[in-house]
Structures are given as structure tokens and as C-alpha cells.
Design a protein around this ligand. Structure first.
Ligand code: FHN
Length: 589
């Protein structure tokens, strides 16, 4: 047992038991638990048992290597003496290279330094549990020895080898799962269009048969599904075809049109959802700004940033598919290898806090993220609290122990107060990149959402980031001028806040939102206890132009907690609105 005196506050920490704090703690910023999950449409489709069986290895894996490698590695972002902007694998489109000119890259493609075992060693050393490589990107060039045409690496290049066959064998040897990316959109094939789609789909199926039956695939990563001649029905047909070849294979949602029952999981790209989704999901991301190699892209993310993203993703129950873009010589860029090596070093020490974990009970916390296993929470402390005290907000479970996962693995003191569980920290983080604390708890995590509180002037601001979302589509989104509840396309989705006032009275109620003109007209109600205010959404001009509107006044008769609800009543357009905040402002008198 040890004692801390800080800022006239005495809290007795105990290494094993929880003792009451001597004084209430200042409120931490309200941390909203992960939104209550609605039923997963894919689980309804397949049944829980089959879904758990198919997804088990994938959910355990949490971290995989994406590889974008194709003819685009030859120009590597330059064409006819010009640097071509944008992502490297799109150079055929971006530079408007005609098919015959683009085909001339094939005889130049001879990656003699390619070594499948070395690529797999890099992936494994990084702690990656699966690999997904482009078998055919939008350029239409097959990186495997397909029999369906001669536009492939075995027949059209001096290399004459099948790198996917070699990688599949090396993955099997190393014990990591092998998957391929396959683009539905194809800029080379003359039939990849509405008029000739049936003929093209027939060849696509033949190539997929070759891949699924000949390369020991555990995963198929479709892409390019946005073309107007691809539709949900064709996606369903293709999914049935693939599952007929290998029922247990994992398929992403881009085999269809990214509908809730397309494939096995969602694929947010270059972004991390604000909170856990109600289905399996995987963020794919570049390490710099391009998927395919470019000689002039040096905008590398730091190892710390990549590890924080891994913690953020795992803390929300997702997988991280991190990309490398090998060169025309067959080498993974050194800058990628350096970062992957450092990530692997961290994962070798901390892997149990990532692999096989599920989402923690919080969407985000000021100091980091939380992953979970039965009876255990892993606190990923990314910002080391300066006052030596880690607040785990609203946690109601008895805590039987806390310790560092790495370093000297010392036991840490814990205490409880009105805002949750406190963990006493050593002065310095055990790992500057991400220090993980193991918190052993009894039972499944139970979190009481901490309430939003009035500021000194009595104003109560309820922010989108702290809202609880009740529904399957609306969700918090941030970045790019957004800090709001968006994707509000289902009129049944509602949001609420837990609030607490110490100074009751009459409040004017303001709503800050944005709405594109053609979506205006939705009606909504704000409810507190038995009181209701209604409003109608008018256009603010764009989804990122926010305006504030006063709805009326509400009375809060007594100090204490209450819940404020915002419920759509009618939605004539595609979305209700983008909601930034609701503010209760005391009315004088
Ligand atoms: O157009 C592709 C892009 O080249 C890259 O393959 C990414 C990775 O998922 N997917 C598409 C863009 O969404």
C-alpha cells in the first residue's frame, strides 16, 4: 500500500483492494462507452456458430500486411519525364496512359531481387499474422500464372516466375495466413464494362478458381466494386461461387457494394472509425501516401503513430491491414522495413494485449485505448499522465489486480472514486511508444457513462464525441472539418447524453448542425424527462457548414443526473443531419 498526496487531494491506493477516495475527484471529460451494438447483419445471415468458426483466425490476427505490387512499380510515379501526382498504382489512369503504351512496362518488369521468404520474414518479424497481395489491380495485369490470358507476370515479363505461388508457400512454411487482393474494375480487359460484363465475369470466375484452388488462400480482398456495371446481385453470385469453392474462406465487403451482408467484414480505408462497429472490420492504410511504390513519396508515418493506430483499431475491435509497396526490383522499401521491425519489437513484448482481444468498453480515452479479454482489460497508455494517476472512467467492476505488462511488470496500486478506477503509475512510462497496463477485473466490463457537467457559467455543452449512439448507421466522425454525428441515414437511430447539473433552472436549448440543401426537412425532438422540444432541419449549405439554432427552453428542477435524447421524427432526405452539439444555456430569472 502506498500513499499519494497531490493537489490537496488524498487518495489511498491499495495494491490489491479498492478503497474509497477521501474526496470527490474533479470530473474527467465524459467518456462514452462503445455504443450499444445492434445485431450484426452478417451474423443474422450465417448464424453465430458458422460466423465465429470462419472468422476465428482473422479476429485473433488483428494485424496484417497489405502488398500493392504490379506493373505500376516500373514507372513508380513518373511517366514521360513527368512526376505523376496521386497514388502510384493509379498511374495508368492519372497519366492517361493508353493500354498499348502501358503494356510496354511488362517486358521491363524483372524483379530479380524478389525473395518470398524475405518478405514473409519481414511480415512475421513485424508481428503480422496474415498477408494480402494484389493478384490483379485495376491495371488488369495478373501477378500470378493465370491460364486465362497472357497478360501476366509469368508469360509477359522476363521474370517468368509466379511470385504469388512462392509467397503462398513461404507463408505456409512460416505459419501466417495468405490472401490476395482482386480488382473487379479492370482497365485492360475489353469486356470489363456493362455491355460485355457476362463475358468478363466468366473470366473473373476462372481466375478466382485458379487462385482459390491453387494458392492455399485464406482470404480474398475484393476492390474496384464501385464501377456502375457491378451490382449487389452480381456480388452475391460471385460470393456464392467463391464460397462454393472454399466455404471457410474470408471475404471482404467489396465483393458486393459494401452492403451490411456483403462478404464477411467492413473495410474502412485510410481512416479509423470513431468507435466499434457492430460487425467485423479492418482498416487498411498506407505507411506513406501511396499504395503502389513511388520514388518520390517519403511522407512516412512514424512508428509511434503506427503503433497508436494499431492500439486505436484493436481498442475498437478491428484489424489493421498495413500496406507496403515493393519496388520494380522486388524489394520492400527500407523505410517500411524499419517501421515494421520496430512494430514487431513492441508486439513481441505486448502481443497479448492485441492478438485475440476484443474492443474495450470505451470509444476513446484522453490517455489511450483499451482492449479486452475475459476477466482482463489492457490499458494502452499512449499519453503518460503527468500526475501519476490513470483514471479508468466509470468502470464498475471489482478490480483484483493491476500491473505493467512489460518492463519490471510491477504491481500497481488501484483505488476507486466517484468517477471510476484510479491506477497509481510510476513516474515514467515503461515504453515510450505504448505502455500497457493489465487490469484484472471480475466479470464482463460494466461502465457507467460519466455525465457531462456544467461549466463554471452553468452552460452544459453536449458534444457529438460524447454522445451515445443507439442504432446501426449513425456514428461519430471526425477530421476534415467534421466533429459530428454523421452517417445518420436511418430515422430509427437516436442519440443520447448522460448529463449532470449542480445548478438547476431554466435553460435555452441550442442545436449546432449541418445539412446539405437536398437533405433538409428532417424533423426531430429533444427530450428531457417529460419535456419535449421539436425542430426542423434547414439547409446550412454543406455537410461541413455548421449553424446553431435555438429550439426553445427546458426546465431542470433539481440538481442531479438526467438523460437528454435527440430523436428523429421524419427524414425526407437521405440523412437526418450532421450533429455537432446540443447546448443548454441558463436563462436568467
Ligand atoms: O483504387 C484502389 C486503390 O488503388 C487501393 O488499392 C485501395 C486500397 O484498398 N483501394 C482502392 C481505393 O479505395
Amino acid at each position: 500500500m502506498f500513499e499519494h498526496n497531490r493537489k490537496n487531494l488524498r487518495v489511498i491506493f491499495s495494491a490489491t483492494l479498492l478503497l474509497a477516495a477521501t474526496q470527490p475527484m474533479p470530473a474527467v471529460q465524459a467518456q462514452v462507452p462503445q455504443a450499444a451494438q445492434t445485431q450484426d447483419a452478417r451474423e443474422l445471415r450465417d448464424g453465430k456458430a458458422q460466423r465465429d468458426r470462419r472468422m476465428a483466425w482473422w479476429r485473433n490476427a488483428r494485424f496484417g500486411m497489405f502488398i500493392h505490387w504490379g506493373l505500376y512499380a516500373v514507372p513508380a510515379g513518373e511517366y514521360q519525364g513527368r512526376k505523376i501526382p496521386g497514388i502510384g498504382e493509379w498511374i495508368m489512369d492519372t497519366a492517361k496512359i493508353p493500354v498499348p503504351a502501358y503494356e510496354k512496362f511488362a517486358p521491363q518488369f524483372n524483379p530479380t531481387q524478389f525473395n518470398a521468404r524475405e518478405w514473409v520474414r519481414v511480415a512475421k518479424a513485424a508481428g503480422m499474422q496474415y498477408m494480402v497481395i494484389t493478384s490483379k489491380h485495376h491495371e488488369g495485369f495478373s501477378m500470378f500464372g493465370t491460364k486465362t490470358n497472357t497478360y501476366n507476370i509469368v508469360q509477359a515479363t522476363p521474370f517468368k516466375r509466379d511470385p504469388l505461388k512462392e509467397l503462398s508457400a513461404a507463408c505456409r512454411e512460416a505459419g501466417i495466413k495468405f490472401g490476395v487482393y482482386y480488382s473487379i474494375m479492370d482497365w485492360h480487359h475489353p469486356d470489363a464494362n456493362e455491355a460485355n460484363a457476362p463475358r468478363y465475369i466468366a473470366q473473373m470466375k476462372e481466375q478466382l478458381r485458379e487462385l482459390v484452388t491453387g494458392y492455399d488462400l485464406s482470404l480474398l480482398w475484393f476492390d474496384g466494386e464501385w464501377v456502375n456495371w457491378w451490382n449487389t446481385a452480381r456480388g452475391r453470385d460471385l460470393e456464392n461461387f467463391v464460397r462454393g469453392l472454399k466455404p471457410g474462406i474470408v471475404i471482404n465487403n467489396r465483393i458486393g457494394k459494401r452492403q451490411p451482408t456483403d462478404g464477411d467484414y467492413e473495410t474502412p480505408e485510410q481512416e479509423i472509425p470513431a468507435g466499434a462497429l457492430n460487425t467485423d472490420w479492418e482498416t487498411c492504410m498506407t505507411m506513406n501516401d501511396t499504395w503502389g511504390f513511388k520514388t518520390d513519396d517519403h511522407n512516412w508515418k512514424s512508428t509511434a503513430d503506427l503503433l497508436h493506430k494499431l492500439a486505436d483499431i484493436a481498442g475498437k475491435g478491428g484489424n489493421f491491414l498495413l500496406n507496403v509497396g515493393p519496388t520494380k526490383e522486388g524489394l520492400i522499401p527500407q523505410a517500411s522495413i524499419e517501421r515494421l521491425t520496430q512494430m514487431g519489437r513492441w508486439l513481441r513484448a505486448n502481443g497479448e494485449s492485441v492478438y485475440g482481444t476484443s474492443a474495450g468498453p470505451w470509444r476513446n480515452l484522453p490517455w489511450g485505448r483499451v482492449t479486452a479479454k475475459p476477466g482482463r482489460l489492457y490499458l494502452h497508455v499512449l499519453e503518460w499522465p503527468r500526475d501519476g494517476r490513470l483514471v479508468v472512467p466509470g468502470l464498475q467492476n471489482p478490480v483484483s489486480g493491476a500491473r505493467l505488462l512489460t518492463g519490471d511488470r510491477r504491481t500497481l496500486g488501484v483505488a476507486r472514486n466517484v468517477d471510476g478506477v484510479l491506477v497509481a503509475l510510476p513516474p515514467r512510462a515503461a515504453d515510450a511508444l505504448n505502455t500497457v497496463i493489465v487490469l484484472d477485473i471480475k466479470g464482463a466490463p460494466v461502465v457507467r457513462p460519466t455525465a457531462m457537467r456544467q461549466t463554471a457559467d452553468g452552460v452544459l455543452t453536449l458534444r457529438a464525441a460524447d454522445a451515445e449512439v443507439h442504432g446501426a448507421t449513425a456514428r461519430y466522425e471526425s477530421g476534415g472539418g467534421k466533429d459530428n454525428i454523421g452517417f445518420w441515414t436511418d430515422v430509427r437511430d437516436q442519440i443520447s447524453w448522460n448529463a449532470e447539473v449542480t445548478r438547476p433552472g431554466t435553460f435555452s436549448v441550442e442545436i449546432t448542425y449541418s445539412c446539405l440543401a437536398d437533405n433538409a426537412g428532417s424533423e426531430f425532438a429533444v427530450e428531457v424527462g417529460g419535456q419535449t422540444l421539436t425542430g426542423q432541419v434547414t439547409s446550412t449549405g454543406s455537410w461541413t457548414t455548421f449553424q446553431t439554432k435555438t429550439l426553445g427552453t427546458l426546465k431542470v428542477d433539481a440538481a442531479g443526473r438526467f438523460t437528454l435524447w435527440l430523436k428523429p421524427l421524419r427524414k425526407p432526405g437521405y440523412a437526418v443531419m450532421n450533429l455537432k452539439s446540443v447546448t443548454l444555456r441558463p436563462v436568467a430569472g
